[in-house]
Write a protein that binds this ligand. Structure first.
Ligand code: NAD
Length: 245
């Protein structure tokens, strides 16, 4: 039976690239994003279906506990199993700490960090019963090294690294692995909105002197979801073209 992967925030960017790659690996895809509008301007679901796997969209705001519980139940009913969870949904609301309003901090924590608790709790229960599963979290170099203007974002991504290790320890005995990838600067709608000055500053720090592409994140996620990674858990793989060594 084909495996099923649920990828949060998968209408575009890195999430869409991961969906396509895991579909190429033969998995059925449970897409998620905030609403159907997010899927209207692209053909990602059609591209996945063209590969011969099954795919369906499950709209939910992953920062909301109850919506995650309902979505996980619906995905389990539709596909029978949930073999891979990719906690990909994320936002930035950048600003210097001194000027950041409380709501701006709280919102990024809710979407980037609380969502990982919500989704992992409910999918983790399914995987524990199955005695198998792969959980892959999207952290960031901002969570490893910090980044000025991103106190909310870097806090959420550093937390994800701690959560990854905790989940690896809690679920390891049930043959459920949990790892994180920490991308550097990747070409997506999230980074398109940065100023030319910000982009140039990033580029200067990258050993490979180029930005990454979403497919370069998807390849590592594919490895972590594959049989080849059966004994890898609790790890953070940086995918940054060498931002820090
Ligand atoms: P993106 O903005 O292109 O895509 C993120 C997706 O998440 C969007 O489709 C958005 O609608 C969805 N989303 C946002 N809030 C949601 C919510 N509450 N519920 C459900 N879906 C929601 O961003 P991206 O660049 O593809 O980033 C994907 C992940 O990779 C994020 O976690 C991001 O923090 C991380 N990341 C990106 C970069 C980069 O350079 N692009 C670097 C490091 C980490």
């Amino acid at each position: 039976m084909a495996k099923t992967a649920i990828i949060t925030g998968s209408s575009r960017g890195i999430g869409a690239a991961i969906a396509l790659r895991l579909a190429k690996d033969g998995m059925n895809i449970a897409f998620n994003d905030l609403n159907m509008t997010m899927f209207e301007n692209n053909d990602i679901v059609d591209k996945v279906k063209a590969l011969g796997v099954e795919a369906e969209i499950f709209c939910a705001d992953v920062s909301k506990f109850d919506q995650c519980e309902a979505m996980v139940k619906a995905v389990k009913e539709r596909f029978g199993t949930i073999d891979v969870l990719v906690n990909n949904a994320g936002i930035t609301r950048d600003g210097l700490m001194a000027r950041m309003p409380e709501e701006q901090y709280d919102m990024v924590i809710a979407v980037n960090q609380k969502s990982v608790f919500n989704m992992t709790k409910f999918v983790g229960n399914v995987m524990m019963r199955q005695r198998s599963g792969r959980i892959i979290n999207l952290a960031s170099v901002a969570g490893l090294y910090g980044n000025p203007g991103q106190i909310n974002y870097s806090a959420s991504k550093a937390a994800i690294i701690g959560m990854t290790k905790t989940v690896a320890k809690e679920l390891g005995a049930r043959n459920v692995t949990c790892n994180a990838v920490a991308p550097g600067f990747i070409h997506t709608p999230m980074t398109d909105k940065l100023t030319e000055e910000q982009k140039a500053a990033m580029l200067a720090q990258i050993a490979m002197k180029r930005y990454g592409e979403p497919e370069e994140i998807a390849g590592v996620v594919s490895f972590l979801a594959s049989d080849d990674a059966s004994y890898v858990t609790g790890q953070v793989i940086e995918i940054s073209g060498g931002i820090s060594m």
